[in-house]
Design a protein around this ligand. Structure first.
Ligand SMILES: Cc1cc2nc3c(=O)[nH]c(=O)nc-3n(C[C@H](O)[C@H](O)[C@H](O)COP(=O)(O)OP(=O)(O)OC[C@H]3O[C@@H](n4cnc5c(N)ncnc54)[C@H](O)[C@@H]3O)c2cc1C
Length: 399
């Protein structure tokens, strides 16, 4: 169970903590890493920091394949379940049968359930960057926050696309020039049974729009693959077309290219490593997947079975192994962006993929990229073999 030591306003006391593992960011990726560490017999001192309370700021439509929530014991957060996706072109409606159901969930509740499986101290603090490196090789890193420094030998950046702990000079490109999509949505009250996508240049010529029901609300939004394209007016247009009210705006940049998953001794996971999948902008499943992978590497370190440097190499390699799939999806994303403005080609492509057997196969291949079944065995696995440790990590492109 996480414990909280700080509050807001006057209660925000100065921080000066030493711990074994510092996880920056308490959303999907960070909380999954913490969960993985909780059952270690080494009982590491884990600190999780976020600028907001756990579950306070939703940044997603919160749709995910159900097997991931089953794997992580999070199904109590499910609000609605879908066995197909309905795709609307400007002129026609198609549907894709799914090989496994998607669900929408309650963000706050899911974060709570995930955090309850962790064993950490939680602090609200704004992470500002890395302090001066230790003079000892492999020594602790210092993370600077608005409440003071925190020192730990193992530091995780799960802070989202901003990648706050990136080594100085890296990733100097900022939006809208960076490899980022942009997404915005509103949460009007209402009900529907359709997990719907809109491939329609009326809203966005290079991207897609969605309407995801979640119990008593519908999450309606627009995502543009081209970060120069603003999405507020298109979101308002879509909400008006759906005859709903534009309540509760939330938006963010969404990475669509893998970035280095390690750097300066820090582990990056989730959006901070560009783990969100291109084309669909599905980032929760990757945050779970790489959160587990990273948590297991860190377990080996705290249990004395490998060094931090070995964990950095192995984790970088595990992330880079998925690079071909990410590149494929990015190519598809570019293709889809080119097809959407051409109605007849778009309808032909949707018609081709809509028979249930084709749809299931196509979505099955996509979902297989990061499958919950990879982690079905709960055992974190044996200590890494020397041969594995010696394997050089594939180079990963940076933004
Ligand atoms: C509009 C929209 C809809 C989306 N819908 C879906 C969807 O339906 N399904 C899906 O799979 N993906 C969706 N995504 C993508 C998904 O939201 C992200 O990929 C996912 O949230 C990444 O998880 P994360 O844990 O890496 O980062 P985040 O969820 O972004 O979490 C980062 C955490 O770090 C904290 N933080 C950031 N900076 C600091 C700082 N300086 N100091 C302290 N704390 C900080 C934040 O408060 C936050 O808690 C959507 C994205 C958008 C923008």
């Amino acid at each position: 169970m996480p414990t909280r030591a700080t509050k807001r306003g006057d209660e925000r006391t100065p921080l000066q903590i030493d711990c074994d593992v510092l996880i920056c960011g308490a959303s999907f990726a960070g909380l999954t890493v913490a969960r993985e560490l909780a059952t270690s017999p080494a009982r590491p001192r884990v600190v999780v920091v976020d600028r907001y309370e756990i579950g306070e700021r939703q940044t997603s439509a919160c749709a995910v394949p159900l097997p991931w929530l089953a794997l992580l014991g999070l199904t109590d957060a499910v609000l609605q379940r879908f066995d197909e996706i309905v795709a609307h072109s400007p002129d026609r409606t198609f549907s894709w049968a799914l090989p496994e159901p998607f669900v929408t969930f309650d963000y706050r509740k899911l974060c709570r359930l995930l955090a309850d499986q962790g064993d950490f101290v939680f602090e609200t603090a704004k992470v500002e960057g890395l302090g001066r490196p230790s003079s000892v090789a492999g020594g602790p890193l210092t993370v600077l926050t608005d409440r003071g420094p925190i020192r730990a030998p193992l530091v995780v950046d799960a802070l989202g696309w901003r990648r706050v702990l990136a080594p100085a000079g890296e990733d100097a490109i900022q939006p809208p020039e960076a490899f980022l999509s942009r997404g915005l949505e509103v949460h009007p009250e209402g009900r529907s049974d359709e997990l719907a996508l809109y491939l329609n240049p009326r809203y966005v010529p290079d991207g897609y729009s969605w309407s995801f029901p979640a119990g008593g609300e519908v999450r309606v939004g627009v995502g543009s693959f081209d970060p120069h394209h603003h999405v507020k007016d298109p979101t308002l247009r879509l909400v008006a077309d759906l005859e709903r009210e534009p309540h509760g705006f939330q938006g963010n940049w969404i990475p669509h290219k893998l970035r280095s998953s390690t750097g300066g001794g820090v582990f990056f996971v989730g959006d901070s490593a560009g783990h969100c999948l291109p084309l669909t902008a599905e980032g929760i499943r990757p945050a779970f997947h790489f959160g587990i992978a990273l948590g297991r590497e860190l377990r080996h370190v705290v249990e004395g079975r490998q060094t931090r440097e070995q964990a950095l190499r192995r984790y970088a390699s595990a992330s880079a192994q998925k690079d071909p799939a990410y590149r494929w999806l990015l190519r598809l994303q570019r293709l889809v962006g080119r097809v959407i403005p051409h109605r007849r080609t778009l309808d032909a492509a949707l018609r081709l993929t809509s028979p249930p057997s084709v749809g299931r196969r196509a979505w099955g291949a996509y979902l297989h990229t990061l499958s919950a079944s990879t982690w079905a065995a709960s055992d974190p696995g044996p200590a890494p073999a020397d041969a594995e440790l010696a394997a050089p990590a594939e180079p990963v492109p940076t933004v």
